[in-house]
Design a protein around this ligand. Sequence first.
Ligand code: C2E
Ligand code: CA
Ligand code: CA
Length: 774
Amino acid sequence: MNFVTTWWGRVERPLQKSGAGRLPVILCAALVGVVAGLGQFGSPVEDMLRSARNLARSHDASGQVVIIALDDKSLTGVQKWPWPRRYHAKLVDNLTAMGARRIFFDIEFSSNSNAKDDAILAGALARSKTEVTLANLLAFDPVTGTQTNTFPIPEFRRHARQATINLGYEEDGSVWKIPYGVKMDGTFYPSFAASLAGSSIQEEQYFRLDHAIRPESIPSVSAIDVLDKSAPVASIAGKDVVIGAASMQLADIFNAPGHGLISGVYLHAIAAETLMKGRPTELSWLLMLSLAALMMTLASSFLRGFRMLAGYCVVPIAILAGATILEHFLIVPAVLPALLTSAIGILIQSVLLLRQRMAERASVNPISGLPNLKAFRDTAPFVTDYVIVARVHNFTKIVASLPDDCEKELVRQIAARLSVGRGDSPVFQSDDGTFITLFARSDSVEDHASALHNLFREPVTFGPTRFDLIVTLGVDGEVERPLTRRLADALNAADEAFGKGLKWKMAVAEGVEDTEWHLSLLGQLDEAIERKHMWVAYQPKLDLASGRLCGAEALVRWAHPKRGNISPIEFIQAAEQSGRIDRLTAFVMDDAIGAAAALAARGTFIDMSVNLSARMLGDDGLVAMVSGLLHTHRFPPERLILEITETAAIDASRLAQLTRLRELGVGLSIDDYGTGLSTLEYLKCIPATEIKIDGSFVQNLSTSMSDRLMVSSTINLAHALGRRVVAEGVEDPASLEALSTMQCDEAQGYYIGRPMPLRQLYRALARHERRQAA
Ligand code: C2E
Ligand code: CA
Ligand code: CA
């Protein structure tokens, strides 16, 4: 699975495919490239690309081959065409005199002119000290399929070499290639180019011209200037000269790709210049395509998302750049199938990315950026975590009264609270002020839900403005059920909690839920106490300085004959809200003080802690009840500690009650310390003797730096204010050790002892005392 980490946590990214998942895309793109390559569909485009690369590589000829141009100036100079052959004779004479290295005639002398002129030219050829090469041609008629061999007339042939002026034409008449030579009547004649370049290749194969050579850079001298010897000798001396038609009037013109129409003689010169540099080789399109596919595979193995797309985009650039460099070394690749492959790869990848982006957007709340309900549904169908739903009932109202840009901040504050202690699972948001999160299964989900609810009691703040959140929670732990069902159940539970005035509620799978049960719950409370279904468990507390079990906390238990054990969280809230908490408190306090007094009578002196719901502080009879019970059991008040959780709900009159209790001599403890946001203030003004650090901070002591800081600074602060500190929820020796180092006064938790029946507490205390004594 792929995860991304955002400010709200880790979110699964099922859409983000791995590199291996891109292989079909590359194969599909390569297939299109192969089809195009085999079908030669793009050859005009391929040629265009080649011309573009040639333009980029454009360079000058060596200058070794000089053209003696039968240009317009020469034509007007002689006034006759074809030139009488005595002029050609004079050209041979003059070029020889000027020191030409070799003379090539790109002119057909295949038939006789008049006897006198032919004799003059034959004479010139015969006496020329410079080697003269005449043109022959293998003419091919594509319509009739007939071949005609055209040779110079025998009188000339005798005194000269021969080379062929055959060119290779593409369908559009352009000349990309010419042959190394042709075979006529059993003899191999090299091409002009091969002869000029001194190539020894005796093959009829065609080679590709380097059209990056600029035709303008091939030196050219007007034939008339040679005739009247006005041409500078330096332009001829030591050079190979090719005499040829260079006038548009003479119709010896061809389409040279990238250069437009040029005279045939220039093509021979370009071809010669090409061969002078080496033997051009062609590189198969399949090789280039494979290279492109390989690069794309590499990109998809190492890159993701838009980077992968960028990687794909580099491929055609690399192919083109590579081709240009190769062509410098006369290695000429066909790149179109490779380009097509990469283009299709880019296209498909873009579409996939776009779709992914859209899907991601559909999974995110546009305002807060939190993953939404769809994202929640898209996570695994079954999870072993609790589903916790927080319904903020006045969400819309708060949003409506806030400026536009504050909604995100509101959500951030809510999500931050929901994130406390939930590991790295994200907070999901649905539109109506419902937030969902997962909580790793452990036996303290009740604690977690209560702690979360406590966090929500603190108002959200926007500068000086504060809003109280009305929140209820729904928790679902039915792991065998599909997630979507569980979400619905948790939502129901949250709504029911609201309807019943509870902080939170555990979801009950549909069909099992019995609404009657809740209605009758309160009715059964009194009966439960009478029938002894209600009993008190005691959890021991350890004094860290002396290593002695110094106290116990009374925790009420309801063993329901039909329902099994009911969590105190569930029925205490109900009792609080229905005003029956006084009966329950009296029951627990009587049991607890009685138990501690009985222990004292046996010589074991421990402190007894009893939880006191904040609502009880509104009860005027509270102080009388406490002092009455202390009196009845003859228990010293300073050994009784009352734990108060809902410090936020304490107003002036309740504060007065606390002060009165304190005046009795009874100890006061701030329970679940750390879960409310401004407990510091309360710490100052409540006349407490002790604070109890919430288990959620203690449980992560060994792993969380911030929890360690929070706990140690709380201990220091409390000590400075003269309060004792108890840490609850100690589950392992490491935490105990850490607390001890931090000078915490007392510890409570499963590691020291679980809540247990009184009998068991007696035994535990006795065992401990024996061990202490030994
Ligand atoms: P609390 O006062 O914070 O009590 C501590 C809770 O943490 C108890 O849950 C206890 O069983 C549990 N606990 C103790 N050690 C550990 C530990 O090491 N790890 C974990 N994960 N949990 C530990 P319990 O008994 O379910 O009580 C839940 C809450 O119900 C109490 O929270 C308290 O707020 C309320 N409660 C229980 N008895 C009474 C009572 O007689 N009167 C009132 N008003 N509230 C009570
Ligand atoms: Ca408590
Ligand atoms: Ca507590």
